[in-house]
Design a binder for this molecule. Structure first.
Ligand SMILES: Cc1cc2nc3c(=O)[nH]c(=O)nc-3n(C[C@H](O)[C@H](O)[C@H](O)COP(=O)(O)O)c2cc1C
Length: 202
């Protein structure tokens, strides 16, 4: 099979790319609207893009009617957001929060969740999520029809039992990841590959 990418419309491109770039970690982004409504939605076009300073990014498609999603609008107006990680037990709530509620409705409450105040940004954290990254919007980049939101990570909250050797104990966190369509996956068997050429290198 050969697929000429120039023949793909938005939906076909979305399905194909989601399958090619899989599994994807899910950033559950919480923001605050200009009038103070807490918002949350999952974004799986998500990764880190800088180490010093630490930065992450996520990409926002326009809605089908061409309007901006609430997360983008809020991040642009307040200048900040929080990335909340999604362990298996929060998968159903994360899915509920993906519904396109009007801006005055809080997906956090709709999903049966609560907020916790952040310390360095205005956007609240999702209290039930065990890892939260408080981020300040560094820039928003136009990429095709999407907007890539790049944020500097200012403060990371990690539940104590999930912090090990300077990182997250991912096997214990058990994050869910997105595939294509409505499919998700759990963490499977974890294995290591030695890198002999790095022995002794710090
Ligand atoms: C697991 C998952 C991942 C998603 N990833 C993205 C994404 O990377 N970019 C995007 O624009 N929409 C993504 N969506 C769709 C948004 O979550 C959805 O449009 C949501 O209603 C946006 O809410 P908001 O208007 O409150 O920002 C994803 C949905 C799910 C369920």
């Amino acid at each position: 099979m050969r697929i000429d990418a120039s023949t793909l419309d938005r939906q076909a491109s979305h399905e194909l790319l989601k399958g090619c770039v899989s599994p994807r970690p899910i950033a559950w982004i919480s923001t605050l609207s200009a009038v103070g409504v807490a918002n949350a939605a999952p974004y799986s076009c998500f990764t880190f893009v800088s180490l010093v300073p630490p930065m992450v990014c996520f990409s926002v498609e326009p809605r089908l009617d061409g309007t901006k999603k609430d997360t983008l609008r809020n991040a642009e107006s307040t200048g900040d957001f929080v990335v909340n990680l999604v362990p298996e037990e929060l998968a159903a709530a994360m899915n509920t929060s993906a519904e396109n509620f009007p801006p005055e409705v809080s997906e956090i409450a709709k999903a049966g969740l609560t907020t916790a105040p952040s310390e360095m940004v205005r956007a609240p954290r999702i209290a039930e999520s065990p890892v939260n990254l408080e981020c300040r919007v560094e820039r928003v980049v136009e990429v095709g029809q999407n907007r890539l939101v790049i944020g500097e990570v200012l403060l990371v909250h990690v539940r104590d039992d999930l912090y090990r050797d300077g990182t997250i104990d991912v096997a214990r966190l058990r994050p869910v990841a997105r595939l294509a369509g409505n499919e998700y996956c759990r963490l499977g068997e974890v294995f290591e590959l030695d890198r002999p050429w790095l022995r002794g290198v710090k």
